[in-house]
Write a protein that binds this ligand. Structure first.
Ligand code: ADP
Length: 640
């Protein structure tokens, strides 16, 4: 009992540092536990606990008597010894953002040697692969176990060193790639990584104040302390460089972080691109120096800029508009640590805005021009309509006198039985009537153009109207040696609409047929049909259809679309031969549409034509008089 107490006291210089190391490692593990959600915390905790376990078991091994107890503690150390390299690798992987690459298989491989080592350690008595011999020796003035080392020991030893080296390599790689803001933290890490090597090296070279004592557990405790310091004091674990890279480097916004002296301590790629400088050119330099080419930017960064302030600058002769925000960075005590400058390149947005503004102005100007032009056109149209109306009146009065006096002279001559100038008088009369028709057509057209054409609706007999038209047109039909047939098949003889306009339409169609047919046949067919038969929208209204067919010269397909246009005579030679103004069909279509119907044509050149006018039997039944456009709905060939 006295002996063992003395042993304890003698071992104290060895056990005390080891127990202190264990305690420190436990404190670190607890501290990290409080921040266990940050990246890298879990492996760091495991690392600290393993270092604590190793230190603690090592201390007890030194202090223990008898030898069997010391061997037990020596075995127990291997739990910590073999956990450390694994935890170290896991930490380094997480820190380097490579932990997602660690597959289950890789983890199993990583754990294989530590697990086998545990087995080998506890079964050493049977094979001696770890310790072939264990002898009692002395260190200083107290007894200690001396272990000789077998192949399994060397395997796990090499394995541990490889793991340490690989982890250190990952950290070093990070060190060279890290922005300067994080260099201090990474440097602390690398120092932490070097500690176990140093401890082991001093032990091997016997350069320690405790000969025979392996300093590796101190090394690992130091590693854990360094990492925890890097993480907690330098806030490393809060903003791991990985997170910084992911956030800052992927941003479209330029970011510059300044320290309290106005020196750049971090910048991202967007900033470097815009300013055309590399990170190495910018970091560590005063912002004043980096931005000296853009004094206006410099002016702004001095004061705290309101959020979203826009600044126009020129970079290499190219204009840019930047949206700049500068905000102060404070520490926990409210002291200004530096400034954060965030800018967003809104040049394209501004250019689009400017282009839109210009386009808008152009559009407004164009709209005004169009409005003016419209007003001018309307006023010109009004003047034209007034002029045509006046002129028509002025022309019609003397023309009526000419026709009247011609009739009078003819009548007088007939009475006296004289035939002198009979032919000339007939020519004057015919020309007068032609001129009168022309003037009337132009007047109609001007009224249509001015939307002044009114319907004079009345109830009338279709048969009487047909008779009237045929009587009027018969001389012309006979003049060209044509025959006329009429077929009427309507349910109701009465129609309500503008009789005079319908008469004008039919006269035009019939006289055209007579004019463009020689020694042929002209046929007028009239029938009624319900609107629903034609699937027209005008509900149950009845329609009366007038189809005028001839066997005349016909119209070429390419001319059909011109027929109903004002002043269009489809064939120049026909005009010379047949006369006419090219207004009749245009007016006829206007009239038909005004009355809620339409007129269409079907024709084969050289064989004849059919013009079909289709009108509501009662103009009041179709809502606004335009409800029944016919278009191509009527096929004149299908006349019953
Ligand atoms: P115009 O007073 O010249 O006859 P229209 O508008 O009535 O004016 O006719 C326009 C043109 O349509 C005519 O010049 C003619 O070429 C053609 N046309 C009209 N009806 C017929 C028809 N039945 N047969 C052949 N061509 C016709």
């Amino acid at each position: 009992m006295v002996d063992s107490l003395r042993e304890w006291q003698l071992a104290l210089p060895y056990t005390l540092p080891l127990l202190t190391s264990a305690l420190l490692a436990i404190v670190i593990a607890l501290t990290v536990w409080r921040r266990r959600t940050v990246p890298g915390a879990a492996p760091l905790m495991i690392l600290s606990i393993a270092a604590a376990e190793w230190s603690f078991a090592y201390a007890l091994e030194i202090a223990a008597t008898p030898a069997a107890a010391a061997i037990f503690w020596a075995r127990l150390q291997y739990l910590g010894i073999m956990t450390l390299p694994v935890a170290w690798i896991l930490f380094a992987l997480e820190y380097a953002n490579l932990h997602h690459r660690l597959t289950r298989r890789a983890l199993a491989l990583l754990l294989a040697i530590p697990v086998l080592t545990q087995i080998a350690v506890w079964t050493n008595d049977y094979h001696g692969l770890i310790w072939p011999q264990i002898r009692l020796g002395t260190v200083g003035s107290f007894a200690i176990l001396n272990f000789s080392h077998g192949p399994a020991f060397w395997i796990c030893n090499i394995y541990s060193h490889l793991c340490l080296a690989f982890g250190a390599f990952l950290l070093l790689r990070r060190f060279f790639g890290a922005p300067r803001l994080y260099l201090r933290q990474v440097a602390v890490f690398v120092a932490g990584a070097a500690a176990p090597w140093l401890g082991n090296g001093l032990y091997v070279l016997k350069l320690t104040p405790w000969p025979g004592l392996d300093l590796s557990p101190f090394g690992f405790t130091f590693t854990a302390a360094a990492i925890a310091f890097g993480g907690l004091r330098l806030r490393f674990l809060d903003v791991v460089p990985v997170a910084r890279d992911v956030v800052l480097e992927s941003m479209n916004e330029g970011v510059i972080v300044l320290d309290d002296q106005g020196r750049i301590i971090d910048t991202n790629r967007a900033s470097q691109r815009l300013l055309g400088s590399s990170a190495a050119d910018m970091i560590g330099k005063p912002i004043r120096q980096v931005l000296e080419r853009w004094p206006q930017l410099l002016d702004r960064y001095r004061g705290i800029v309101q959020p979203g302030e826009e600044i126009a600058i020129e970079i290499d002769g190219k204009p840019y508009v930047l949206n700049v925000n500068v905000s102060p960075l404070y520490d926990r005590n409210g002291r200004v640590l530096g400034r954060l400058i965030v800018w967003h390149d809104i040049t394209a947005l501004k250019q689009t805005e400017e282009a839109l503004r210009q386009r808008n102005e152009e559009l407004i100007a164009l709209q005004q021009t169009l409005l003016l032009a419209k007003e001018e056109a309307e006023s010109a149209n009004r003047a034209k309509s007034a002029f045509i109306a006046n002129m028509s009146h002025e022309l019609r009065t003397p023309l009526s006198a000419i026709i009247g006096y011609t009739d009078l002279i003819k009548f007088d001559q007939d009475r006296r039985g004289q035939a002198i100038y009979a032919e000339e008088l007939r020519a004057i009369r015919s020309s007068g009537h032609h001129l009168l028709a022309l003037i009337n057509n132009i007047l109609d057209l001007s009224q249509i153009g001015a939307n002044k054409m009114q319907l004079q609706n009345e109830l009338f007999s279709i048969e009487a109207l047909v008779h009237d038209v045929v009587t009027a047109v018969r001389p012309l039909i006979e003049h060209n040696h044509n025959t006329l047939t009429i077929e009427c098949a309507f349910d109701d003889d009465l129609m309500f609409g503008d009789r005079l306009k319908l008469r004008q339409v039919l006269l035009n169609l019939m006289s055209n047929a007579a004019k463009f047919t020689e020694s042929g046949a002209i046929n007028l067919r009239v029938w009624s049909e319900p609107a629903s038969d034609r699937a027209l929208p005008a509900c149950d209204a009845q329609y009366v259809v007038f189809a005028v067919s001839d066997t005349g010269i016909g119209i070429a397909p390419e001319h059909l679309s011109l027929l109903f246009k004002e002043f269009s005579q489809v064939d120049g030679s026909a005009r010379r031969k047949y006369g006419g103004s090219g207004l009749g069909l245009a007016i006829s279509r206007h009239f038909c549409r005004l009355m809620g119907g339409d007129v269409i044509v079907a024709s084969v050149a050289g064989q004849g034509s059919t013009f079909t006018a289709r009108l509501p039997a009662d103009v009041r039944r179709v809502s606004d008089g335009s409800a029944a456009p016919m278009g191509a709905a009527i096929d004149p060939v299908q006349v019953p």
